[in-house]
Design a protein around this ligand. Sequence first.
Ligand code: NAP
Length: 349
Amino acid sequence: MKSIKIPVGILGATGSVGQKFIELLAAHPVFTIKELAASGRSAGKVYGDTVNWILDGFIPEELSKLKIKECAEQFESRVLFSALDSSVAGQIESELADRGHIIISNAKNHRWSENVPLIVPEINPGHLELIKKQKFNNGGCIITNPNCSTIGLVLALKPLQDKFGLDAVNVVTMQALSGAGYPGVPSLDILDNVIPYIEGEEEKLESEPKKIFGSLVSHGVSYSDIKISAQCNRVHVKDGHLATVQVKLKRKAEAEDLISVWKNFTAEPQTLGLHSAPVKPVHYLENVKYPQPRLHRDVDKGMAVTIGRLRECSLFDYKFAILSHNTVRGAAGGTILIAELLHAKGYIM
Ligand SMILES: NC(=O)c1ccc[n+]([C@@H]2O[C@H](COP(=O)([O-])OP(=O)(O)OC[C@H]3O[C@@H](n4cnc5c(N)ncnc54)[C@H](OP(=O)(O)O)[C@@H]3O)[C@@H](O)[C@H]2O)c1
């Protein structure tokens, strides 16, 4: 018997993350894309004629023919994935939640609202409880995905936090161009170059892990006390954010203990067998030249974090390198995994 899939819509469907949603949901076993929306510049036009498709391969044929909606229109799908530009996401997402939609968003706007969970399914699935406290009309709610660099960092830190406790973290990122959206950074600014500034990024990386690692309390989330310092750079790489990380642990550990907890880390998405869950959320690579964006961004469907170069640090306890795919694990794929978790827990039917 053919199972009936749950219809979903994509807000911001023409952008860098919106296109990734289309690619990843093309053959999804639970969700099927029924509606696409973008700005007034694109609305009313046919998707395939309007989008500047930047991914490998072709646009799925049935979506290519779909007419793009405006975000103010009515949506039949209860579940809406948001890949909207943050200049407009806040208001649009609130209005749609008030109309009864479940919004799962990549935008930064609602990440710090008291009852809006900031979810990484392997780390804080219990924070989904917060949506019961949201006051949107018609049963709507908003759930957010963290910044694309935060997700890679917290997945690498989670096993260390659980086993040894984390006192302080210093992180330096080398972030890919697709992280700046489309058309993104002008080619003459980035060709043969590195830009040591990404607006708002260091603040997100320094603050979001505190909410993700926080504990649920009566008023929302009590933030973790981890101290984090971040420096973010834009580099001439298409996809995949690389970062070098230094950590100070609360309890002493040998290097092999860190590698062991990374190798053995598994969490609720793996236990539940969620479709987009990586088999292993983190992979430790022994080759001293790894991880590298071109070679490792697609490990485990682009949903895993690869880690390498673990060694002792004379300032902190240890240092290492991490890599994650910014538009997959750091955006569309991470958001789809949240939707799969919501479905498995009965929030989406
Ligand atoms: N790229 C990443 O790796 C990444 C990772 C994590 C989170 N994010 C976040 O995800 C969101 C999307 O990022 P992106 O990189 O895909 O950006 P993008 O390529 O610039 O795409 C932005 C999308 O927003 C739509 N939009 C712009 N103004 C609008 C309006 N007034 N009304 C309705 N839609 C409007 C655009 O539609 P038109 O084409 O019609 O203008 C486009 O579909 C952002 O909030 C970003 O911060 C991105």
